[in-house]
Design a protein around this ligand. Structure first.
Ligand code: AHR
Length: 340
């Protein structure tokens, strides 16, 4: 009998403690800031690091609940995700847009619902810029100009005449800010210096499409000796195709090598290719936007107004110290040398 009484008392105490714990848990859940993040996809190593950067800050310990949606590179999926965030009445929407246009309607819906939208990485091209609170990301046109300037310096230093440069562009996802900016600089600089542009092929920022694009380029223009890859995943694909075709990747185009340049510089495999001399130069694209977005949200929570456009400063990677820095429109970028 005594044992039964003790057991009952124990059960009552346990269930009371569990109720307290659950109530405590509920209070904490209610206190969390809910962030809906619509990510482009997982097309590149850069993108995965960008996702991890967001996940590392929007944690329960930091006071957040993150709702993550991977759009698989499709704008329609992003629009559906934003509508679901609105329905769930999230506190903030973070959007990494796959392309620039086509956002007016859905962002108006978010504005009507009173949900601040923070744009990351690529830009949105909207008629009314009050449709988003602020943007944080890279100056893609500047990245492109820096890489083209590095090439121009290299060609000058080695007495390579512009007319002997037969260059192809493996573009990123058409209509994305990263593609628009990098292609724009490429077109401008190649015209300015008189390089022979032999082909444009879309590589969608993926290694597999980079391979397809490189095969197309080789089929069309066997004389190609420089390839401007709009990210390093594409460059890794291009190297495989070039090597399989018996071409050597390297900076010495006077000896028949094919020079590759790229963007990002976060992928260890691509950095190794720089050290080996197979990629000559990479324009840095910094994916660590998580802490930046989190500090914007903290500002908004404190009633402050964050800067509308927040650019990230980036450098250049190469395996030669011959070109210590490049300068464009008064902006100087240091070249970091990567060696084995
Ligand atoms: O928008 C940034 C670009 O998107 C990166 O250069 C690329 O790797 C990514 O997929």
């Amino acid at each position: 009998m005594l044992m039964m009484i003790c057991l009952c008392a124990l059960l009552v105490a346990c269930s009371a403690r569990q109720e307290v714990a659950e109530a405590d848990h509920d209070i904490k859940e209610d206190d969390l800031i809910v962030v809906g993040f619509s990510q482009v996809g997982s097309e590149s190593y850069w993108r995965n690091v960008n996702t991890e950067s967001m996940e590392s800050v929007f944690t329960k310990e930091n006071g957040y609940k993150l709702i993550f949606e991977n759009a698989q590179q499709k704008q329609t999926n992003q629009i559906t995700a934003i509508r679901s965030f609105i329905q769930r009445d999230v506190d903030y929407i973070v959007l990494a847009p796959v392309v620039e246009t086509g956002w007016d309607t859905v962002l108006s819906e978010a504005k009507e619902a009173g949900i601040p939208v923070i744009i990351v990485d690529r830009r949105v091209d909207v008629s009314d810029d009050s449709l988003f609170t602020c943007w944080v990301g890279s100056d893609f046109e500047l990245e492109g100009s820096m890489v083209c300037m590095w090439m121009s310096k290299y060609f000058n230093m080695h007495g390579i005449s512009p007319s002997s440069i037969h260059i192809a562009d493996i573009q990123g996802t058409l209509g994305s800010s990263a593609q628009i900016g990098r292609t724009k600089s490429f077109q401008h600089m190649s015209r300015l210096w008189g390089w022979d542009v032999v082909a444009y092929e879309e590589g969608e920022f993926t290694k597999s499409k980079g391979k397809e694009a490189m095969s197309q380029i080789l089929a069309k223009s066997g004389n190609v000796n420089v390839v401007y890859c709009e990210n390093d995943s594409e460059a890794l694909g291009a190297i495989e195709v070039l090597e399989a075709a018996g071409r050597k990747c390297g900076s010495d185009i006077t000896k028949g090598e094919v020079m590759l340049v790229a963007f990002d510089g976060i992928n260890e495999e691509a950095r190794d290719k720089v050290a080996e001399g197979k990629i000559s130069c990479i324009g840095e694209c910094n994916p660590m936007h998580g802490p930046r977005v989190e500090s914007i949200i903290r500002k908004l929570e404190a009633g402050e107004v964050p800067e509308k456009y927040q650019y990230v400063t980036e450098g250049i990677f190469s395996n030669t110290s011959d070109i210590p820095s490049v300068m464009i429109s008064g902006q100087e970028r240091t070249v970091t040398v990567i060696t084995n």
